[in-house]
Design a binder for this molecule. Structure first.
Ligand code: 5GP
Ligand code: 5GP
Length: 234
């Protein structure tokens, strides 16, 4: 009888755990890309990755599951940590397109691990699909090319309207642009949010925009070229 009882308890625990996994539900993703020069232009310190100076290109910050009401789930499985062996074939692409700029310099592993644990564990995607999907979305968005096509190149100021129009025309969907402020007080383009369906493959119109991270009407699109060393911690 005791044996049967324990089996029932074990079955119940297994059942509720599988339910918990399946219940990691959400409505859409924010695919968020950061502009490295803007990360580095603020008063916060920035350090180039140990793998080298980033390209003059957007870099992935994260692929974040979100609810239609603006809230989001996070840290859904505290027992899961990044297993780098599952994404070894993606490492070169990650080093180029998902750079870490936080200090001290790192190879990206810590940043990717953080994103997996905080956001990836709340999706039903496995690690490889999660990271590969984000990399593919970056190529699909191809923001720098679309901005260039519209005459928007780093090192100048542009209107928010022209930037938004260039992205809408190039990608086909509206993006949300978040700004930060450089050391001279200029607003600059910092992160671009795009919405993606639950398959993590297709851009969609955003069900809701992130709140309270707006820009002025004229913003700087800074260049990384004047940043010299591998680190300028303040
Ligand atoms: P911050 O306060 O710098 O805007 O955001 C801090 C962190 O919270 C982000 O890097 C991200 O992990 C998470 N976060 C902020 N805003 C959102 C959001 O609108 N949706 C989701 N899913 N995560 C967010
Ligand atoms: P989130 O804001 O996504 O929750 O957290 C970002 C975390 O990753 C922070 O602890 C931050 O220090 C670290 N991090 C490492 N590299 C980067 C980077 O290049 N950009 C951003 N936004 N955070 C980074």
């Amino acid at each position: 009888m005791e044996g049967k009882g324990s089996i029932l308890i074990i079955l119940f625990v297994l059942y509720s755990q599988s339910f918990l996994c399946l219940s990691q539900d959400f409505d859409f993703f924010y695919f968020v890309q950061q502009w490295p020069a803007s990360y580095c232009d603020t008063r916060r310190s920035c350090c180039y990755p140990t793998t080298g100076k980033p390209n003059e290109d957007f870099s992935i910050h994260g692929l974040w599951p979100n609810y239609n009401n603006g809230k989001w789930p996070q840290n859904c499985d505290t027992t899961s940590s990044l297993d780098i062996s599952q994404i070894s074939d993606l490492k070169k692409r990650m080093e180029k397109d998902w750079v870490t700029l936080a200090c001290p310099s790192g190879d990206g592993m810590k940043f990717w691990g953080h994103e997996w644990e905080k956001h990836g564990t709340c999706t039903s995607l496995d690690e490889h699909t999660y990271f590969e999907s984000a990399l593919d979305l970056k190529s699909k968005a191809n923001l720098v090319q679309h901005l260039k096509h519209a005459g928007i190149q780093p090192g100048n100021f542009f209107t928010m309207e022209s930037m938004k129009r260039a992205i809408k025309e190039g990608v086909g969907y509206e993006a949300y642009i978040e700004c930060n402020v450089d050391t001279q007080g200029n607003h600059q383009i910092y992160q671009v949010y795009m919405c993606v369906d639950k398959s993590a493959k297709n851009f969609i119109d955003c069900p809701i925009l992130p709140s309270g991270r707006g820009c002025g009407s004229r913003v700087e699109f800074p260049s990384l070229s004047h940043h010299s060393g591998s680190s300028h911690e303040l």
